[in-house]
Write a protein that binds this ligand. Sequence first.
Ligand code: UN1
Length: 506
Amino acid sequence: MSHPVLARLGLNEVNSGAGCGEWIARPGGHEILSINPADGKPLARVRGAGLADYNQIVERAQAAFLKWRMTPAPARGEIVRQLGNALRDAKDDLGMLVTLEAGKISSEGLGEVQEMIDICDFAVGLSRQLYGLTMPSERPGHRMFEQWHPLGPIGVITAFNFPVAVWAWNAAIAAVCGDCVIWKPSTETPLTAIAVQRICDRVLAAHGLVGVFSLCVGEADPVGIAMAADPRLPLISATGSCAMGRKVAVAVSERLGRSLLELGGNNAVILAESANLDLALRAVLFAAVGTAGQRCTTLRRLIVHESIAEDFTARLVRAYGSVKIGDPAEPGVLMGPLINERAVTTMLRACETIVAQGGKIVYGGKRLDRAGFFVEPTVALARGDMPIVRDETFAPILYVLTYKTLDEALVLHNGVEQGLSSAIFTERVTEAETFLSARGSDCGIANVNIGTSGAEIGGAFGGEKQTGGGREAGSDSWKSYMRRQTCTINGGGDLPLAQGVKFDVG
Ligand code: UN1
């Protein structure tokens, strides 16, 4: 066994990736090798689910739903509270496993588990606040109101870059809403998912529950495809690339199901002339280089006022030079590896394309000569009309673009197909307000004087345009996980009809 953390989290050399409580001992899908991206070596193996395993998991979730939907929401919240506490107890180990399997630096690995704990806390409070409105009826003696009911078992598909937090945003909220959750994690990070599922198993078993949360590790074919097409799952929440989201959206809408999509971003910062440049420098560095550029909220385009562009780029390049790259488990390291070999190839190819399209790489652009999947964080001078700038390359490449007027900056800013996160750095209130106005940022997240990444769970998280339109985590995102019912009760002895319609017999 490669690392003691794996054993502490109940992981073996070969693990079943399918089940809940009682795991399917020998699932029939492909075997998946979990690799540590920091050295390219295997951590452990996972047996993925085949179609028969998937069906068994859905059937168990359907059975569990019958009991879970009738459990009072605050009682469901109490179980999510206990899950949050179990995550607190496991925080160090689980954070380390995120580092080992996803290559995130330690503080980000721990941050992810903290994000799970935070959303559990949020969900506990929410379990007593699933409010419906009461509205005055136009008919005498009538009462009209709406109430929210659980949807059913739902499918949650997550990506490698947030291997546990994004599941938690969905699962904690869905659970207090009364839904059961079937999780298909990325095949790059099956071990963290199994570890989380085992924690869920323990919490649920203490209450005689099984099947509220279940796991189905597997390839898109057959598991992802089956989930998207499955009418037993009224909602599919999916995080990943726009290409993946498009397939999920088509399959889910074909059966008139609901999807909640959190797809690619191409996030920008507008750096105005008046900006506090020290603050901006730190924010840009974290947003562009943090998580090795593998967040959907990663800063990809820096739109700088032309008067400060040269100086700021020079400072940025110096700062890039001081970023410590290396083993993400080591203290002081700020940037770990990319997730796999394919990600490295994609990044290097993008760097060639930048040059071919007339851009100039002023820092980075190369692979590091060491084991694992390490690259240099990269800064490129570019123009908004270069096709590569409009694509999301899931790697630490930052394009620097320049502008003269705020209107011009906004055109550049909104001139991409994705619409997740955005920010402006300015000390002028008029510029900040324009950025936040209806003619400003067209993204789901718009910040002033903070970077594009690192959102808190209390807000609704998601984006517009090809980012998919879904909202997860805080605010009223819970409504996506429930069905709304409008109820009218006639408490009088008469039968008045709405809109004054008369329909009297005799
Ligand atoms: C993602 O990359 O899919 O705002 C989610 C952030 C994190 C979530 C990112 N809280 O960067």
